[in-house]
Design a binder for this molecule. Structure first.
Ligand SMILES: [Zn+2]
Length: 150
C-alpha cells in the first residue's frame, strides 16, 4: 500500500525504528482512520498476528506515535482512553461532554478562527490543531443549571 509506505518513510526520517508491531499498528490506524480505537482492540489485533505481545510495548509505541503526530489520544468519559489517526487530517478537535460522554467533532469555521487568532495574537502559524475540549453539552448543561438555585 502506497500510503503506508510513504508514512513509514516519513516516520523513519523522524528517527522511528520500525518493528513488526509498529508496522502493524500503523496499518491498523490507516485502516481505521475514522474510528476511536480503544487500547484493548489494538492489543487484540496485534495478538492475532504476533505472539507474546506485551502491553508495555503497545503503550510505548502509542506514546511514540502521539509524539510524532500520527495519532491522538482522547480520554472519553465512561469509555476511557481511545486513539485516533490524525496525521494528515486537517481538523481533529473534539468537544467531549463530561456528563453524558458525547463526542462532537469541531468544524472548519472554528478551526479557521483559532488559526487566525494564533497568528494575530501569537504570530504563530501552521499549528497542528489537535485539541480536546472537555465541558458540558447543551442538554447536560441545562440540567445542571436547573439544579442550582442562584
Ligand atoms: Zn452531555
Amino acid at each position: 500500500m502506497k500510503r503506508h509506505a510513504d508514512l513509514i518513510i516519513y516516520l523513519k526520517s523522524k528517527g522511528l525504528r520500525m518493528t513488526p508491531s509498529k508496522e502493524l499498528l500503523i496499518q491498523f490506524f490507516l485502516d481505521n482512520k475514522n474510528r476511536h480505537v480503544p487500547i484493548k482492540e489494538l492489543y487484540d489485533y496485534l495478538n492475532k498476528s504476533i505472539e507474546d505481545v506485551d502491553r508495555t510495548t503497545i503503550y510505548r509505541n502509542i506514546e511514540k506515535f502521539i509524539s510524532l503526530g500520527l495519532i491522538q489520544e482522547l480520554d472519553l468519559p465512561r469509555v476511557g482512553k481511545v486513539y485516533q489517526y490524525v496525521f494528515d487530517k486537517k481538523i481533529h478537535h473534539y468537544y467531549i461532554c463530561k456528563s453524558c460522554g458525547k463526542v462532537n467533532k469541531g468544524n472548519a469555521a472554528l478551526f479557521e478562527k483559532i488559526e487566525k487568532a494564533l497568528k494575530d495574537i501569537h504570530d504563530f502559524s501552521k499549528a497542528n490543531l489537535s485539541m480536546l475540549f472537555y465541558g458540558f453539552c447543551s442538554k447536560c448543561d441545562s440540567s445542571i443549571e436547573s439544579d442550582t438555585s442562584i
